[in-house]
Design a protein around this ligand. Structure first.
Ligand SMILES: C[S@@+](CC[C@H](N)C(=O)[O-])C[C@H]1O[C@@H](n2cnc3c(N)ncnc32)[C@H](O)[C@@H]1O
Length: 430
């Protein structure tokens, strides 16, 4: 395997500084007259995920048409049932016209590695280069909205017209749109009976500095942050949103789940990851937060799914967390948080991707993590004898994940039988 770096056409060069987040909802309205001047038709399957309706409902509204005129698209946008997915209403016509040519300059095709491969680049571009229907399981933890500054952050050119690093959108809605655009891109490479497991946390609409990792944030809470407001690389403000008020919870995971469904995916379960430890929060007007979410999404009602590994896999690779979880595999997962220490500020524990992979793959299947960070999901995939593709925008994190995976692969181990001594799991000495 020779990992190669790839040019990514929808990325802007690195920015010298990361823009602050000012969640002022832009005032933009919908121009109906633009539909009068267009002479093209659009396939129902192309339009349905953009207007957030099933193809069957689109046909019901438009009278069974397979190809839709701009007037029929307008009729859909006027339905009570319309709700945005990843393109705002004012830009839908322009998007539909551009869609055919978008990202066609892609030159790299990610080959099927024998065991693993980690690629440097933007997840949107590289996901478009993976063969269709080749990945059995996507498992990832994305950047959360307005929470972290990562190494080598770069702006992405998004289909809704935004240009910003993922996670640094000006509004939660912008982040939700970009997330759904990512989900649509990765669902293209998913097999029909595959699963997507999407770990995401919510954000409170507050004024805050955006930091590099949880330890930095903790030091700040303890009053040990020597940096002043203006010394921080990126800051988030809270005023100016169309409806969210200062201090309110944004409900981002729920918005993503609903829009993923509108874009055509099945929302199988919204899982609560109850964390065994979490950051103290000096709040006197609300309870502390102790959870994250894992969205289990699929392309069909019954994806490949195995319950048994929950009971016979070691807890550190995703099996039942004895003492905390019962024999029933439920939608509340009580898992440790990562102890970190792998050069990345936002790792998840191996057990989390481990459980997702164990439940929805068989040995030899492909697992994809489009935001691979330090490579944790790759460690879990190799443990479960799957092949693995990771994508990551930061060269530093690519190096870290390649080193971790190469060390594991070089051990030549039957990874299912060797385990904690080889793997970077919590509590192991490695
Ligand atoms: C939450 S972290 C993932 C951590 C990982 N699960 C681990 O255990 O190390 C999200 C990662 O997404 C990367 N990232 C951000 N935008 C990206 C993009 N457009 N394409 C690919 N990776 C991106 C960040 O550099 C960061 O490493």
């Amino acid at each position: 395997m020779t990992p190669t770096n790839s040019a990514t056409p929808t990325m802007k060069p690195s920015q010298p500084s990361i823009p602050d987040i000012k969640p002022r909802t832009p005032v933009v309205s919908f121009d109906r007259e633009q539909f009068d001047s267009v002479n093209r038709v659009f396939a129902v399957e192309q339009v349905a995920p953009i207007v957030g309706m099933s193809p069957a409902f689109v046909r019901r509204v438009t009278g069974q048409a397979d190809l839709l005129s701009p007037r029929e698209v307008l009729m859909l946008l006027d339905q009570d049932a319309f709700r945005e997915t990843y393109i705002p209403r004012s830009r839908i016509l322009a998007f539909l016209q551009d869609d055919a040519t978008r990202r066609t300059e892609q030159v790299v095709v990610v080959p099927n590695p024998e065991t693993w491969d980690v690629r440097l680049g933007n997840a949107l571009d590289l996901a478009a280069a993976i063969p269709m229907s080749s990945v059995q399981c996507v498992v990832t933890s994305t950047p959360y909205w307005g929470m972290r500054v990562y190494e080598d952050m770069q702006s992405v050119v998004w289909a809704d017209g935004d240009v910003c690093p993922y996670g640094h959108e000006q509004t939660p809605e912008g982040f939700v749109r970009h997330t759904v655009e990512m989900l649509v891109a990765v669902s293209r490479v998913l097999t029909d009976d595959g699963s997507i497991w999407w770990n995401v946390m919510d954000t409170f609409m507050t004024r805050t500095q955006i930091r590099g990792n949880a330890a930095e944030a903790l030091r700040a809470m303890q009053g040990k942050d020597a940096k002043r407001w203006h010394d921080h690389a990126s800051r988030r403000y809270s005023a100016g949103h169309a409806f969210l008020k200062d201090g309110e919870q944004c409900l981002i995971p729920q918005m993503i789940a609903e829009r993923a469904s509108r874009a055509g995916l099945y929302v199988k379960t919204v899982i609560t990851w109850a964390k065994r430890s979490s950051m103290p929060e000096p709040q006197n007007s609300r309870v502390s937060r102790n959870l994250e979410y894992v969205l289990h999404l699929a392309k069909q009602r019954a994806p490949k799914f195995f319950r048994e590994p929950y009971l016979d896999t070691p807890a550190e690779f995703g099996g039942r967390n004895n003492g905390w979880e019962t024999e029933k595999l439920s939608d509340v997962w009580t898992l440790n948080t990562s102890v970190g220490g792998k050069g990345h500020g936002a790792q998840f524990p191996v057990a989390l991707p481990g459980r997702c992979i164990a439940l929805t793959t068989e040995p030899g299947d492909f697992v994809l993590d489009p935001f691979v960070g330090s490579g944790t999901s790759g460690i879990a995939a190799l443990h479960h004898q799957c092949r693995f593709i990771g994508i990551e925008l930061s060269g530093e994190y690519v190096d870290i994940s390649r080193r971790r995976l190469a060390a594991l692969a070089a051990s030549g181990a039957d990874v299912a039988r060797s385990a904690p001594a080889l793997f970077d799991v919590e509590g192991s000495a490695s």
